[in-house]
Ligand binder design. Structure first.
Ligand SMILES: Nc1ncnc2c1ncn2[C@@H]1O[C@H](COP(=O)(O)OP(=O)(O)OP(=O)(O)O)[C@@H](O)[C@H]1O
Length: 501
């Protein structure tokens, strides 16, 4: 038996002794201290009867004794309930003060994820009188502005000037769920949009959001919420709004631990299943006395009931193995991952040419228009589509009920990618399986990659030889059809290209 490698020690001292979320138990809603009965009712309507461990831990550090005194960094497995972990305390605390202004901002890397998170807020915020907005570019910017900013009621004889004083404009929402690009658009150009009153900032899928600058959304948000930049706020009237007599006055803190920071401070919660430990990345967040909450001592952890399997085959036989595996899974909801949008398209087209595979199979990738993607996702959620062939656009955060299998058609390059792909199944304590198709020469690298996570057991999954053989002839004809389809697509594109001005 090979010796276990020593774990790497995080460079940041506060990351070295995390609050171990895995030691906590689920907690029945009746036993959650201070939980507003209206929220309890809303959670029950969602089919939730107890809080998951990560939700208990965050509740303790926010509404419980921790009292939001420190910024929270949460590293917890896929499907462990991180969304509600931050949504619940934020909604709870905002509901205790009835003022309508933008007080919480949740930023996510993609539109689909933002829509998903908004649904969670929509289930719990309205019952306590809070309003939730969305800034993702799904509708026109004018429609979005109409939803986010409340215009004064027009009175007879008074003409409202949309470019007039922002003092007349108010936020129509208490909580905003946004993607970085659209958020920056609103910051820069939406009259009356202000982060002046912001108290809570959530950066979900943190490592992904910190990987790219996305129009410098993070420094912009931090600047907008910092009292030291009054000059900046004053100079740009669109950024400086006065809500009648209501002002959130931030001043430079003199209390212990606040030297040089504004107070009341912007509380931050950052979360991921694969949270970065890179000091230079985390420093961008300007965290205040950060507290690290992590499930177990290992950096990466799989969901408890996830089983991983490998299928070893020759490269040219991969499609047949995949088809035989899909047949074997008997129509269970399944996501097949490839490593590029092109191979997603090709593989999906090929699979649909197997006439003896009675499954509804659809493509889901970044190459498609949002409306096409949304339609596919809806059909998949509702069970009208059983197999989704996807590029990595799907890997992060997406929560689709009933996905029991994930298949890596192509080996992921990084353990983080494996974790996010595999994490589309075995969510919320359910069981799930992740299969990876490998060539012989990839087995060693795959084993090494899995060793970076806590449970790296990955037995070989054996398909009955007869089942693989039975697809040989249909594979030959499917390949022919794929060739024709590719040729006709190429010539169609060429024609469109030559017509373009
Ligand atoms: N307390 C709970 N009881 C039952 N189900 C829950 C509870 N909390 C969350 N869930 C369900 O668990 C699923 C996973 O939750 P969520 O999407 O928040 O996970 P996550 O930790 O953010 O995962 P990922 O890292 O993949 O984004 C969702 O379907 C959600 O409705």
């Amino acid at each position: 038996m090979g010796e276990e490698k020593p774990r790497s020690v995080p460079a940041l001292p506060w990351m070295r002794s995390p609050v171990d979320v895995s030691l906590l138990q689920e907690c029945s809603l009746d036993l959650v201290p201070c939980l507003d009965p209206r929220l309890k009712g809303a959670l029950r309507n969602m089919g939730i009867s107890s809080l998951f461990p990560v939700q208990v831990a965050v509740w303790q550090e926010t509404i419980g004794p921790g009292a939001f005194e420190r910024d929270l960094c949460v590293n917890s497995p896929t499907g462990s309930g991180k969304t509600l972990a931050y949504a619940l305390p934020i909604v709870h605390v905002l509901s205790t003060r009835a003022v309508r202004c933008l007080r919480a901002l949740v930023v996510l890397p993609t539109r689909d994820l933002a829509l998903q998170v908004k649904e969670v807020f929509d289930a719990i915020a309205p019952p306590v009188g809070l309003s939730v907005g969305l800034a993702v570019g799904q509708s026109s910017i004018a429609d979005e502005i109409a939803d986010l900013i409340k215009r004064p009621k027009l009175q007879a004889g008074i003409c409202y000037d949309p470019e007039g004083s922002p003092a007349e404009l108010q936020s129509a929402v208490d909580i905003l769920v946004a993607t970085p690009g659209r958020l920056v658009d609103h910051i820069n150009s939406t009259h009356g949009f202000t982060l002046e009153h912001l108290r809570y900032l959530v950066v979900d899928e943190t490592d992904r959001l910190l990987r790219e600058s996305y129009q410098s959304w993070l420094p912009t948000v931090l600047q907008m919420t910092n009292s030291n930049n009054e000059g900046l706020l004053n100079s740009k009237s669109s950024l400086y709004s006065v809500f009648g007599s209501l002002r959130t006055i931030r001043r430079c803190g003199i209390e212990r631990g606040f030297k040089g920071k504004s107070y009341p401070r912007l509380v931050k919660m950052v979360l991921s299943a694969t949270l970065t430990q890179d000091p230079s990345k985390l420093s961008q967040l300007d965290l205040h006395h950060p507290l690290f909450l992590s499930a177990g001592q290992r950096r990466y952890r799989f969901p408890e009931k996830l089983e991983s399997y490998k299928l070893i085959c020759e490269s040219k036989l991969k499609p047949i193995y995949l088809v035989a595996l899909l047949k074997n899974l008997g129509g269970e909801k399944c996501i097949v991952f490839t490593s590029s949008v092109e191979s997603t398209h090709r593989l999906c087209t090929l699979l649909n040419f197997f006439t003896d595979l009675p499954l509804k199979i659809k493509e889901y990738s970044g190459l498609q228009r949002q409306s096409v993607r949304s339609k596919t996702l809806k059909a998949f959620r509702e069970g009208d589509v059983q197999v989704l062939v996807s590029s990595d656009a799907m890997t992060r955060g997406m929560d689709v009920e009933g996905v029991t299998n994930v298949i890596n058609y192509e080996i992921p390059l990084y353990i983080k990618t494996y974790i996010h792909r595999a994490g589309r199944t075995a969510r919320a304590g359910q069981t799930g399986r992740c299969f990876t198709l490998l060539r012989k020469d990839e087995v060693k690298r795959f084993k090494k990659m899995l060793q970076k996570a806590d449970n790296n057991s990955c037995p070989v999954y054996l398909l009955p030889a007869t089942s693989v053989e039975s697809f040989r002839s249909s594979y030959t004809s499917a390949l022919e059809k794929l060739k024709e389809a590719v040729e006709s697509e190429t010539s169609r594109k060429r024609k469109v290209g030559s017509k373009a001005p």
